[in-house]
Ligand binder design. Structure first.
Ligand code: ADP
Ligand code: MG
Length: 352
């Protein structure tokens, strides 16, 4: 199974439209496809015509529910059409973040969920929420590849560096490398700005941009409103043509299939600390577990990727830490959990 995460912390750039329609086009090309809706807004669920009452359990129950030990992924899957299945989401999913934060291996929950159905599908497509939190990290650890939809136009690449940084941070913790491609969406060929942003994105991503661009096409919006993929709602539209073309390009892309689960963290309790600091001379993790002694736990810098890391064996418990990057204190940007104190705040980690 190949697992494609559709990701961008910007809202409204075409993530859900891409997830739904790429999935439907892959199914049309006779692939067995599972969509996992990872957004509490549930736009992918609604866009595939599934509403409250059509399902008993959701992605929340798989990721964070009480029944996590007995529920199997297949129990939650809804059939949208032959060959196209969905793990639905709803607003409950917004409660997953605090629940997951207190758990060990919290960023591997989705990997565990998807591994159960690895043989049943050719593709899983993950529709991510518009932020970089625990759900997005789960998608990054579960996927083999990432598609970043980018709305063509002014400020198209704004925020892109931050996203690429986060992706490379996770990439450094995985055994197999992620394949990352940008996809231009809502493209209007008649405008100069469209061509300019295409050039800018190509420069920024050094060729990791799909040749297919998705043109602005109102049928895509209408289709979602009718709860249908565009190839069903308007098979002759430009939207249907563009997403069929994307599916063709995806099928041609060579990707290493793997399960990312547990990866480098495997074997013993502890935490792999990683910090993205390109060009830095020295990076330390300074924490209560090393007595807040700056020089004790240096991070290693490996392959010129700008990512510094170190595995620290730790017993169960609650730990506070900060990174010291060339003398500057920073909280861990990859860890949304913090503890406030009189001096400011520390990053917080809990191992249970
Ligand atoms: N290529 C397109 N042409 C016209 N409208 C589009 C296109 N792609 C997306 N949209 C519309 O733009 C809005 C935002 O798209 P969506 O896929 O929901 O973005 P995201 O999931 O990133 O928030 C939706 O109303 C959607 O129907
Ligand atoms: Mg969306």
């Amino acid at each position: 199974m190949r697992t494609i995460a559709v990701m961008n912390q910007k809202g409204g750039c075409g993530k859900t439209t891409t997830a739904i329609n790429l999935a439907a086009c892959l199914a049309k090309k006779n692939r067995r496809v599972l969509v996992a809706d990872m957004d509490p807004q549930a736009h992918a669920t609604l866009g595939l015509g599934i509403g409250i009452g059509d399902y008993a359990q959701s992605i929340y129950d798989l990721l964070a529910g009480e029944a996590e030990h007995t529920l199997s992924t297949g129990d939650v899957v809804v059939e949208v059409s032959p060959g196209l299945h969905l793990i639905p989401s709803d607003v409950m999913l917004s409660a997953a973040e605090p629940v997951l934060m207190g758990r060990n291996h919290r960023e591997y929950r989705l990997s565990d969920v998807l591994r159960q159905v690895e043989e049943e599908y050719d593709f899983a497509v993950l529709d991510c929420p518009p932020n970089i939190g625990i759900l997005t990290f789960n998608a990054l650890f579960a996927c083999t590849e990432v598609i970043i939809p980018i709305e063509t136009g002014l400020f198209a690449i704004h925020g892109l560096s931050k996203l690429l940084e986060t992706i490379s941070l996770v990439d450094a913790r995985r055994r197999t490398r992620l394949t990352v491609h940008a996809l231009l969406t809502m493209f209007d060929r008649r405008t100069r700005i469209a061509c300019e942003s295409l050039n800018e994105i190509q420069k920024h991503l050094q060729g990791r941009v799909f040749a297919t661009v998705v043109n602005f096409n109102v049928r895509l919006k209408e289709a979602a409103g009718h709860g249908k993929p565009v190839i069903e709602y308007a098979p002759d539209s430009a939207g249907a043509r563009d997403y069929m073309s994307l599916a063709g390009e995806v099928l041609k892309t060579k990707v290493k299939k793997h399960s990312a689960a547990r990866e480098l963290d495997e074997g013993g309790d502890g935490v792999l600390f990683s910090c993205y600091a390109p060009g830095a001379e020295k990076v330390f993790v300074v924490a209560d577990f090393n007595g807040w002694q700056p020089g004790r736990t240096p991070l290693m810098h490996e392959d010129g990727s700008g990512v510094w890391k170190r595995f620290v064996p730790l017993k169960k418990g609650r730990y506070e830490y900060k990174f010291l990057v060339d003398g500057k204190w920073v909280t861990d940007p990859a860890n949304p959990k913090t503890a406030k104190n009189e001096f400011g705040e520390n990053s917080l980690i809990e191992i249970d």
